[in-house]
Design a protein around this ligand. Structure first.
Ligand SMILES: Nc1ncnc2c1ncn2[C@@H]1O[C@H](COP(=O)(O)OP(=O)(O)O)[C@@H](O)[C@H]1O
Ligand SMILES: N[C@@H](CCC(=O)OP(=O)(O)O)C(=O)O
Length: 368
């Protein structure tokens, strides 16, 4: 067995995320027998002295039938109405199901602010720690009923990766309706299953598509992004089918395993790289990309070719390569308004008071 799968088997703190497509069907809503089977697998793992946080989608899917909606609505107010009805059904079903094992569940509904703003992040951290210390199983979802289009996570895969880092999880398990990552969308015919992902090059060139069930939101795109986020932060990830939850949680010998990067990012650097909401973009030339990404140097004005957004010194900004791809994220040392007359100029050409880094290396995180 690979070291990654071994680490998942031995994890003492685990985040498990289950998608809508594994719990609900368009016509019938919540499938309690599938939910019970998932809870059976989780409780077996909990009985082996492992703390589990469950991130569960399915509120919108579970709210469709009670509201006589035939399919997942597209507009936000209807989705929110469905989530409001469905979340109650979902929480009730989990309370009943874990109750079979005399376990208590605690509902945690998060908005992006709760993990994007640092002060809120610490607050959420304390709530999880206390729930786990008291022996309850936290069941997490996005707080869909109050999230607006702008502040929405939209997909729970990312939320699960952020929660995994937030609680210091040893591993993340993503359960869906597909049994693994494939090198192309499995609906397109001949595709190959990928069992191990040991680094970004193992997923270069594969095609990932959207949800097939019409119930899930992010499809494989968001799962892959979440797996990379967690693995990049030092947390091993297993992607498997919810139907295989028993095996995924007991022996981790199914699905796709994503190896964790060697070192765990500090809370601050993780927050900077993956949780913080960027307020603008600095466009870099090739030399600056090499300096900040490969050599971990500070970003100087000379390597910047353009500035977007209206940010202040201290705000988080994206750093993009000449093709426009975001390669790093960092804390701006200048206001956006100050930069146009500095960029492209080397330090000795600048007045003494402006002769400093635009983004200091300590405040800069390259993204995988
Ligand atoms: N390369 C790929 N490998 C595996 N599944 C893929 C791929 N590309 C697209 N998919 C689709 O992604 C779906 C899972 O995403 P989604 O329905 O959003 O799940 P969930 O509700 O569990 O979050 C699968 O059913 C599959 O059809
Ligand atoms: N918060 C939404 C789920 C959003 C979501 O990410 O769904 P999925 O792609 O099925 O994990 C809900 O509970 O319906």
């Amino acid at each position: 067995m690979s070291a990654t799968r071994q680490a998942i088997v031995e994890a003492r703190r685990l985040v498990v995320k289950v998608g809508s497509s594994a719990l609900t069907t368009a016509g019938d809503g919540l499938d309690v027998s599938r939910l019970d089977a998932l809870v059976d697998a989780l409780c077996e793992r909990i009985a082996r002295d492992c703390q589990v946080v469950l991130v569960s989608s399915g509120a919108i899917g579970a709210g469709l039938a009670p509201l006589s909606l035939a399919k997942r609505p597209r507009d936000l107010p209807s989705q929110q109405a469905a989530a409001s009805v469905g979340q109650l059904a979902l929480a009730h079903a989990y309370a009943e199901s874990f109750g079979r094992y005399s376990l208590t569940v605690g509902q945690v509904l998060l908005t992006s602010d709760d993990v994007v703003r640092r002060a809120h992040y610490r607050n959420a951290q304390r709530t999880f720690d206390r729930l786990l210390a008291l022996g309850a199983v936290p069941v997490v979802n996005e707080n869909d009923t109050v999230a607006t289009e702008e502040i929405r996570f939209g997909d729970n895969d990312r939320l699960a990766a952020l929660v995994a880092h937030l609680i210091g999880a040893d591993a993340l398990v993503l359960l869906s309706d597909v049994d693994a990552l494939y090198d192309g969308d499995p609906r397109d015919g001949a595709t190959r299953k990928i069992a191990e992902v040991n680094g970004p090059s193992d997923v270069d060139g594969i095609t990932v598509g959207m949800s097939s069930s019409g119930l899930g939101t992010g499809g494989m795109v968001s799962k892959l992004a979440a797996a990379r986020t967690a693995a990049g932060a030092g947390i091993p990830v297993l992607l498997a089918s919810a139907a295989d939850a028993g095996k995924a949680l007991a022996s981790a010998d199914v699905g796709t395993a994503f190896a964790a990067a060697d070192s765990r990012l500090s809370a601050r650097r993780f927050w900077l790289g993956y949780a913080a909401d960027p307020s603008g973009v600095l466009k870099l030339d090739d030399g600056a990309v090499t300096a900040v990404v490969r050599r971990r140097r500070s970003l100087l004005a000379a390597g910047i070719t353009g500035v977007e957004g209206d940010f202040q010194a201290g705000d988080v900004v994206d750093l993009a390569n000449p093709a426009g791809r975001v390669v790093a994220r960092g804390v701006a040392g200048f206001d956006a308004a100050e930069l146009p007359e500095l960029i492209g100029r080397s330090s000795h050409e600048l007045p003494a008071e402006q002769r400093r880094e635009v983004v200091h290396a300590d405040d800069l995180v390259p993204l995988r």
